[in-house]
Design a protein around this ligand. Sequence first.
Ligand code: FES
Length: 394
Amino acid sequence: MSDSDNRETGPDSPNSPEGADRGWETGGSVFDRSKTGSGAAATGGGAGSGEQALLQAGTSRGTGRAKKTAPVPAFLGPYATILAREEHPDREEVDRRSYRRGVRLVTFWFALAGVAAVAFIVLNFAGDVHKEYYTPVLGICIGVAMAGLGFGLVVWNKRLMPDEEAVQERHPLHSSPDDVVAFEEDFARGYQETGVGRHKVLRRTLLAAAGLLGLAPLAMIFNFGSIPHGELQVTRWTRGARLATRDGVALRLGDLPIGGIATVYPAIPDQNGKFVALTDNQTAADSTVMLIRLRPGEDQPVPGRETWSVEGHVAYSKICTHAGCPVGLYERTTQHLLCPCHQSTFLVTQHCLPIFGPAARPLPQLPIAVDADGYFIAQSDFIEPVGPSWWSRT
Ligand code: FES
């Protein structure tokens, strides 16, 4: 008589639908059952006892169709029972050519992942951090390495592992009838105690307040304001505006030492001809500029912008081109400007090119000159949009 014939089929049997539902109550988790030998195995000589037999004898079990069983290593201890199950036909035996193709495919992906990982490590030390392609190439390398590893594992699973169907016992998810009744009683009692049913005024004011609150998000949606157009393309800098500190002091040639930096705002003449610095929040949001004095000959301007600086003084927008944070950490020895939000790093001597981090374009440069009185002035507004790249790609 086969094992299947020996199985109990009554309502209490773990092999019956009802018994399967209750298996979790009588036998605990599958791990508990595997440790104690209880559960399905202990309650009826079902699958558990069959597995025990497999463990000991390593023989076939079944009802007609011969299936191979796998010897389970002893070091797996209590988990051996879980693993001692019917083994499905080895894919290599089913289709040897397909299996070998799978092995080659997995090998290819793993090899690709290894090569990309090595390239990532080498480039980190040997790459030129000042080149525009440095960060993207690093990203591509690590991306290919991770993707290769992932694809290899997926192909391994799909093409080389046995094709197995597993059924897991689950306890019923619905509440017991007693729990349902208890909940209904609690709910009814709570409803009575709130008095909502007795006091119409409470019920109506509650519904009115909740309904009106539900409309609040709609009001916000309709109050977004007009769609910005050209105003995002311009700042308060104009031809002749002086570069002044937040205190309103206009800077002159010679005020900054070599390696010095100052945050400046546009100062424009009022009705009396007196220069007034614009430092309100709206101006500061897009017109804040860093004036930096480099060593002589250090600046490497973009062709065509040779006249945008004055004796080593350069001016760049302080608004990060990644997400708009103020870029303010200047390292004089390396000429790096760092944005503290996501560590974008800009190289000042190379027109504030981003050399690290998520920023995708250089900080916009403000063309400057010196007027007859020796004050720094803007030659014009920025010729490109300042701020985050998502609305101002160049
Ligand atoms: S805002 Fe500057 S790096 Fe993100």
